[in-house]
Each structure stands twice: as C-alpha cells, then as structure tokens.
Design a protein around this ligand. Structure first.
Ligand code: NAP
Ligand code: GLV
Length: 330
C-alpha cells in the first residue's frame, strides 16, 4: 500500500514522530539550524506532506518546487511565514496549532513584563559581576510597580485573553484594543474595551498579541510610541515586524518610553551587534513564548494529527484554510 512521504523540518517530540511514522515514510531535517530556502525546496521536492516551523518560509517558489505537496502542518499559531492564499489556490491544506500554547505564551508575557518592570535581568547581571558590595541601599534598583497599574492588551485573542487574565490576577486595571470588541469577555473578566489611542496613552504596560499581517506591519511605530507614557513598558510576544524596531530603539534611547520586553525581533535572530542589545532597559528573549515542555509537546502532537488527517483526506483539528475542504469534497 502507498505510504505518503513526509518531511519534518526540525526535531520534534518522539511521540509526535511515532504518530507520523505509523502513517507515512518520514524524513527529518537533522540540523539545529533551519534549512536554507534552497535546502527547503530540495527537501520538499517529492513529498506529500510537511511539518514546518515559523522559520521556514513557504512562498510561491517553494510551492512551485513541491508539486506533490498536499498538506503543510505548521508547528505554531502564527502563519505569517506561509503564503496561505497561494497554498489555497493549489488545494494544499494548511494546519496550525492555536490554543495549546496560549497559557504558556501568556506566562512568558508576564515573565517579560515583570523582568523589565522590576529590573530582574539587569540586577542579576550586576550581582554576577561582583557589584553587590552595599547591603540593601534604600534607593538602589527602584523599578515600576506592577500591581495597581494599567495593562493595555493589543489583540484579545487566545494569548491576549490569557495575558489579560494574568493582569487581573496582579490587581491591574486591564484595557484592551482588538479588531472585534468582546462584550462577553468584558462581562466575564472585567476588562474594558478602549480605542487604540486610549490603550497607548493610558497604559503603564502594553502587551502586543496581534498576528503579523499587512494591516499590523509596524502597528507600533514612531507615532504610536510618542503617544505612550514616558514611564510605559512595551512587551512584544507577537512578531518582530509588528513593531518598527528602529523607532523603538530611538524611543528607548530618548526616554520616550521606559523599557521593552521582546520575545520576538525583526529580524530574527537579532544580530548580536544590534544597538538595542546595548540598552539596560530592554530584555530580549529568543522567541520562546511557547517553549514549555507541555505546550511544545501538545503543539507537536496536534501538528502531527493535523498532518495525518489531511493526508488521509480527512478534516484537520485546526485548519487555516478550510475553504480547501470544499474543493477536495471533504
Ligand atoms: P489569535 O487567537 O488569532 O488572536 C489574535 C487577535 O488579534 C485576535 O483577537 C484578532 O482579532 C486580533 N487582531 C487581528 N488583527 C488585528 C488588528 N489589525 N487590530 C487589532 N486586533 C487585531 O492568535 P493568538 O493565538 O493569540 O496568537 C497571536 C499571535 O501571537 C500569533 O499570530 C503569533 O504571531 C504570536 N505568537 C507568538 C508566540 C511566541 O513564541 N512569542 C507564540 C504564539 C503566538 P479579533 O479581535 O477580531 O478576534
Ligand atoms: C510562535 O511564534 C507561534 O506563532 O506559535
């Protein structure tokens, strides 16, 4: 019996690989570094399905190089690395992994928010460098109070909602701006809807959770940064290009805002010589929002189930382009 061929572009949890191997001939990219665009094209040239990662750009030319491809299964919720329109035109199903990573990513949003507000990374470095010579100076290491402050959420989806709930747990006033107002959430949790301008001008902390699309590219630029309080701290766990990095650097340098916590960067990886890494009021993490053992395993298993379902001509648990079901008659 014909077994479909599948390429997996990065190591994933063994039980997810087992699930795929029960249904397909599997090949696994062996390196920690992602495949280059040319290597990706060669890897996908003859396969029916692929498990991919946010660093794998699936554009027109990659799809041209993969004439047998029927299913792309992304191990992530963000889909900005995939030309979905082009995949849909070719009746290629695209799976993804929303939900299972929302809580862990919101936990990290709070880790970043607290780290910048209370200068955690900066003061840890100071201790390790042997500077703790004076005991408990009353005026050293003062940071921003988190409890009682205002948290502004941009994008009240899966992760935005979990971050907002954590804000309520810290006794913060939570306001949000999203494409769609969510009266049920407001009633259930006590958040308040606000215009983008109000979120920018009134928040002490702003946490970004919108997807990267043509509408949200540089959603936060020089103009928006100028509207924020000089004491504001910006946290970005969405995608680097949702923020204009150069404008952010200038705003931090000039003290237009007080600090930033960045789990994502434009470009990724951040070049080590980037001037933003020289600023003490910035914490930069290597895109690890969903990187808990539990979430990553759930993501890998969900991606594997999406892939197998698509290859078997069934509907996926999480499909980003369900209009393809109509063309495939499933
Ligand atoms: P989601 O559930 O789809 O939520 C996204 C929210 O943003 C939705 O509520 C959406 O609209 C809102 N939105 C979209 N466009 C908007 C716009 N132009 N203006 C205002 N609001 C807009 O997605 P999610 O699971 O929360 O994930 C959000 C993003 O986080 C992903 O796309 C990904 O890029 C990023 N992410 C990063 C990590 C990490 O490791 N750092 C991990 C997971 C995800 P509505 O208001 O209409 O609902
Ligand atoms: C990670 O960045 C994701 O989009 O899931």
């Amino acid at each position: 019996m014909y077994k479909p061929r599948v390429y997996v572009t990065r190591q994933i949890f063994p039980d997810a690989l087992d699930l795929i191997e029960n249904h397909a001939e599997l090949e696994l990219w062996p390196d920690e570094e992602p495949p280059s665009p040319e290597q990706l094209k060669a890897a996908l040239a003859e396969v029916d399905g692929a498990i991919i990662n946010v660093m794998d750009r699936i554009d027109h030319s990659v799809l041209d190089a993969a004439p047998n491809l029927k299913v792309i299964s992304q191990v992530a919720v963000g889909l900005d690395n995939i030309d979905i329109q082009e995949a849909t035109k070719r009746d290629i199903l695209v799976g993804y992994t929303p939900g299972v990573l929302a809580k862990s990513t919101a936990d990290l949003a709070f880790a970043l928010l607290l780290a910048v507000a209370r200068r955690v990374v900066e003061s840890d470095k100071w201790v390790r460098e042997g500077n703790w010579k004076i005991s408990h100076h009353p005026m050293f290491w003062l940071g921003s109070e988190v409890n009682g402050s205002t948290l502004g959420i941009l994008g009240l989806g899966g992760i935005g909602l979990e971050t907002a709930k954590r804000g309520m747990g810290f006794d913060m006033k939570v306001i949000y701006h999203s494409r769609t107002r969510k009266p049920d959430m407001e009633k259930k949790h006590g958040f308040k809807y606000a215009s983008l301008k109000r979120v920018l001008t009134e928040s002490d902390f702003i946490s970004i959770h919108v997807p990267l699309t043509s509408e949200t590219h540089h959603f936060i630029g020089a103009k928006q940064l100028k509207m924020m309080k000089p004491s504001a701290i910006l946290v970005n766990l969405a995608r680097g290009a949702v923020v204009d990095t150069e404008a952010l650097y200038e705003a931090l340098l000039k003290g237009q805002i007080a600090g930033a916590g960045l789990d994502v960067f434009d470009p990724e990886p951040v070049p080590p010589e980037h001037p933003i890494l020289g600023l003490d009021n910035v914490v930069v993490l290597p895109h690890i929002g969903s990187a808990s053992n539990q979430s990553r395993r759930e993501m890998h298993l969900l991606a594997a189930r999406n892939l197998v379902a698509g290859l078997q001509g069934n509907r996926m648990e999480e499909c980003a382009n369900p209009t393809v079901y109509d063309s495939l008659g499933i």
